[in-house]
Design a protein around this ligand. Sequence first.
Ligand code: SF4
Ligand code: SF4
Ligand code: SF4
Ligand code: FES
Length: 395
Amino acid sequence: METFKIIIDGKECEAYPGETVLEVAERHGIVIPVFCHHKELRPEGACRVCLVEVEGAPRLATACTLKAMPDMVIRTDTERVKRARKGVIELILNNHTLECPICDKSGECELQMTGFRHGPKKSRYKEPRREKDIVIKGPLIEIDNDRCILCRRCVRMCGENMGNRVLGILRRGYQAYISPFNGDFLESGCEHCGSCIDVCPVGSLLDRAFKYKDRPWRMTKTWTTCTLCGTGCRMEVDTYHERIKRVVGRIGVNDGHNRGYLCVRGKWGWDIVYTDKRLKKPLLREGEDLKEVSIDEAIEILKEKVLNRKVNLFIESSLTNEELTRLAAIFGTENVASDALPYQEALTGVAEITGRFDTDKLSVIYDAEIIFVIGDFIEEIKADSTTLFSNNLLI
Ligand code: SF4
Ligand code: SF4
Ligand code: SF4
Ligand code: FES
């Protein structure tokens, strides 16, 4: 692809046609603060915190919507830009309830960080803070509108990316607030994918299962694979003292094939780890009794029993490849079958017809010109591309 040059803060930057100034800057390590912009969402140009100076232009422009043009000269660090940025942040903070000590987002809040780096040291406003006091609670999600900065990331994520259109802005101007359209998450058709929570820059959209449970900075963050279905989405599991506190999708950061998008099972299904019904230790039958043994002991006993015998493993498709490889090594077998096999056979059938056997990232769906849905209900899969590629791609 042909590229061209633009100058940002005196640095020569290579730009691709169609890129915004913000995208070019990000690729070249130049930080421009953002609130409404999110790399998974279409540019909105709503918050104005990304204002930059364009040589020859009378007004400041929003870097997130401004397309890069050959020989453009941009400044992100002039006094004029800094003053404008400060003004925007000052206005947002003027009505933002400052509950950082008890806010779940504190420590990973974009308003906190951007305010700290680019905001004013004190506010000039003397007027009382606006209190909307509108808290909307669903079974798993809560919206605290006093913390909302009306960036509309959640609205766009739900409507444009998830295809659900559950969230919207109700009322206008000073009274505007975020809500499911009829005020109720369940009745508005929320699928509880949690994507709105994961893109909210502040602590306005809350995971109720996590509320007041811990602080983001003291949890251990572990990237892992969801095992609640065969899709195997990548996700971040946050733990404290080895106890799971929450699961986060990290949309736009996650480089897994799901790009951080999760479904309700991935986002909130983790509590099955702690159910009493779960067998937590192997049980060894001794006559009528069942005796608890360690996993190592159980493996040794199993190995003895299968010694010199041909073993075929049949495993559930939700296990990871690493688990599969480990099991095969323990039992010394290469004969592994899984309940994912029918899907693989279906894909082989597709390959025979189309000449391609392609199990690429789920995200390739965004670039597809034509999507064939075979043997499924389009209404059910429209908002959940994970479903399309996991359980339901059958001929
Ligand atoms: S959203 Fe951010 S700035 Fe607002 S109370 Fe929470 S941590 Fe503080
Ligand atoms: S959880 Fe998913 S479906 Fe529900 S409001 Fe948020 S983005 Fe929309
Ligand atoms: S709830 Fe969060 S994502 Fe939605 S508009 Fe408010 S601040 Fe933005
Ligand atoms: S980030 Fe550019 S206008 Fe909000």
